[in-house]
Design a protein around this ligand. Structure first.
Ligand code: NI
Length: 226
């Protein structure tokens, strides 16, 4: 499942990210790349252990946990501390699949990457190229979103970032281990949750609401690895 979540960061938070990043030191993005990615990655990154990355990463994490759509679609067990990268003109990230397991260099964090996420910090009009392209069983999907918007996609999918031909593309990227490992179970819970929300909105006194909500929680209880 690919899902676009609009407005995860407010315009003020996006401005804060950009402001901090213009003063930050960037390093070669190869530092976090896996063996396969290292051959195809060419971008810049805020050092994972830097104060800047940690401060902005905390801001992104808090915003994610406030997003009902993110929580419902992902059902996070743990979110990897968000990282930040920058592509200038000529930079590119070739086709790759993300590492299955991610370990944090400082914190005692090791997750299985069920879903990958990209949060757009640059506005689309600030650069040309730089589309995130994700391949799944339904074909190839090209993604370029407004600043502050998030895309989540299966970490199992091949993906790449097309070359930047003008400007700079700044974004945050991270991975999520879900409470629900099975992708079809996770999709089913998301559909059910969205339907319950819609029914609550349209027919708040509908007698089936209690039963449907009970089904949702009992399925979650049965399937969750908590
Ligand atoms: Ni990737």
């Amino acid at each position: 499942m690919m899902l676009h979540i609009p407005g995860v960061l407010t315009p003020d938070q996006v401005a804060r990210c950009r402001d901090v990043m213009t003063k930050a030191d960037w390093v070669d993005g190869n530092v976090t790349a896996g063996h396969q990615s290292r051959k195809v990655e060419y971008n810049l990154q805020l050092p994972e252990e830097s104060q800047t990355a940690q401060e902005l990463g905390d801001m992104v994490l808090k915003a994610l946990y406030r997003s009902p759509l993110f929580m419902s679609a992902v059902l996070p067990q743990q979110v990897f501390p968000p990282l930040f990268n920058r592509y200038d003109a000529g930079m590119v990230f070739g086709s790759h699949v993300d590492n299955a397991i991610r370990t944090h260099p400082q914190q005692p964090i090791r997750i299985r990457t069920d879903m990958s996420a990209t949060l757009f910090i640059s506005a689309p009009e600030d650069y040309d190229g730089g589309e995130l392209t994700v391949e799944d069983t339904y074909g190839s999907h090209s993604v370029k979103l407004p600043a502050g918007d998030l895309i989540i996609y299966p970490a199992t999918s091949l993906h790449h970032v097309t070359p930047i031909t003008r400007g700079s593309r700044i974004g945050s990227f991270f991975w999520i281990q879900s409470l629900i490992r099975d992708v079809s179970q996770r999709a089913l819970l998301f559909d059910l949750d969205m339907s319950i929300i819609q029914l609550t909105r349209d027919h708040p006194d509908h007698p089936s609401l209690v039963n449907l909500t009970s089904c949702y929680h009992n399925l979650l209880r049965q399937w969750a690895e908590a």
